[in-house]
Design a protein around this ligand. Structure first.
Ligand SMILES: Cc1cc2nc3c(=O)[nH]c(=O)nc-3n(C[C@H](O)[C@H](O)[C@H](O)COP(=O)(O)OP(=O)(O)OC[C@H]3O[C@@H](n4cnc5c(N)ncnc54)[C@H](O)[C@@H]3O)c2cc1C
Length: 400
């Protein structure tokens, strides 16, 4: 693995760095720096800026408007984005359903959906999980029954992230129950959220935020033309999408940024007290975390190097998902220690701009440290829980 960058790659990095310095809107930057939740308009505005500069379809082929970047360019872009503390792209459109549509959709679907995904004109959500089907997704019960030119859909999806903003949902539904294996007879369908019979109900998470939802389908009629690929082959398409999701979840660049920021926080003296960094126990934990993060970064780079030579990410995406999310949670724990009693108050409203009062705290993001700590318990569950990733590794790497 050659880790030195070419002059062209360094020029690319400088160009991207300048983009984040010049084009990242100051008001969104301030919200992110203060740990304040972004609203839908913030995300859409930022993603449209990325799209205008051709930076949205990072993983897309050029023919569909993608960047055509090499794995190294993608890596450099993610590092610069994290260092600017710019918000991640909401993944459901561009990172999830987009690749399924350009890989398996028909020409009409590509023309209808891909440009709007790239330009963030339409907000998508992911309808896979159900109350009785999470890790064991193949047991999903949502039915799509053919009636003329429509599917009539009935069932409940759950944990649907940011579904309250979504104009469209991509879902896995059963179109055939007379099958030998449960994975057969599942189809990948796109549905307009304004279809009569589709309702969204909020789920409030442990820190008090509204990020996830239930989506109910009651005799929702969806045109058959919204079926992607072949009927009954949705499981195959859905699995491809999950691999994309898992590699992205690792968030190595973001963790590097957060570690650097944590070091600054722990090195500063607050109200005349000795900096936390001077405590050997805390310093020991920080150093161990830094070493583990370096190891994770090299695993990420090794995967990138393999992808650059034409290999698809296989079980590596499971390894990155486990280690990446464990790292995020480890950092959250250290942030809690560093913030000390400033992290204690439970103030869900601190996630909103009006309520964030930086007079009472040493660092303006402290009131959201505890909220983030609790919110990010999700990281080892979503995208396929870490226990399930271990099963995948056992099967594919260890042959168990
Ligand atoms: C914040 C958040 C956002 C999400 N967003 C979405 C979304 O947008 N769209 C969507 O479709 N889904 C979403 N999910 C759902 C997510 O994919 C599921 O929660 C996940 O797959 C686990 O399923 P489950 O919750 O049903 O738990 P279960 O499958 O019931 O698992 C419960 C526990 O048992 C363990 N377990 C289960 N089976 C095994 C096994 N065979 N071996 C070892 N351990 C096992 C699991 O690891 C877990 O700890 C989201 C989840 C969260 C928490």
């Amino acid at each position: 693995m050659d880790l030195s960058f070419t002059p062209e790659e360094i020029a690319f990095r400088d160009e991207v760095r300048a983009f984040f310095a010049d084009e990242y809107p100051a008001d969104i930057r301030e919200k992110v720096n203060r740990g304040i939740r972004l609203d839908k308009d913030d995300h859409v505005r930022w993603q449209k800026i990325l799209a205008q500069h051709g930076y949205m379809g990072v993983n897309w082929p050029v023919e569909y408007g993608g960047t055509g970047w090499s794995p190294v360019q993608k890596y450099l872009f993610s590092i610069e984005m994290a260092n600017a503390n710019a918000p991640d792209v909401v993944p459901f459109g561009v990172n999830m359903v987009g690749p399924v549509i350009y890989s398996y959709g028909n020409e009409a679907q590509k023309q209808r959906f891909l440009p709007d995904i790239l330009e963030s004109n339409v907000w998508w959500c992911q309808g896979y999980s159900e109350p009785g089907a999470g890790s064991d997704l193949a047991s999903l019960k949502t039915m799509a029954v053919r009636d003329g030119d429509h599917y009539v859909i009935n069932g409940t999806k759950t944990w649907t992230t940011l579904g309250q903003h979504a104009e469209w949902i991509f879902l896995l539904a059963r179109t055939n129950t007379d099958v030998a294996r449960r994975q057969e007879g599942i189809s990948f369908i796109l549905a307009d959220m304004s279809t009569p019979g589709i309702t969204v109900r909020p789920i409030i998470t442990i820190e008090g935020g509204h990020e996830v939802n239930e989506v109910h389908f009651e005799d929702a009629r969806v045109p058959v033309e919204n079926l992607v690929g072949e009927e009954g082959r949705g499981w195959t398409y859905g699995k491809v999408l999950l691999q994309h999701e898992r590699t992205n979840i690792a968030g190595v660049a973001r963790s590097k940024y957060r570690l650097a920021r944590l070091k600054e926080l722990a090195s500063s003296s607050q109200h005349g007290a000795k900096p936390l960094m001077e405590q050997a126990t805390f310093r020991g934990k920080l150093v161990a975390t830094e070493v583990a993060l370096k190891a994770l970064e090299y695993t990420d780079l090794r995967t990138l190097a393999a992808v650059a030579t034409g290999k698809a990410p296989g079980p590596e995406s499971s390894i990155l998902k486990i280690k990446g999310t464990e790292m995020q949670q480890r950092l959250d724990t250290l942030y809690m220690e560093a913030a000390g009693y400033y992290a204690l108050p439970y103030v869900p409203d601190q996630f909103t701009l009006d309520a964030a009062d930086d007079d009472v705290v040493v660092d303006s993001s402290e009131p959201t440290t505890a909220l983030r700590y609790f919110n990010y318990r999700k990281a080892s569950i979503y995208g396929g829980s870490n226990e399930i990733q271990k099963n995948i590794i056992a099967k594919h790497v260890l042959g168990l």
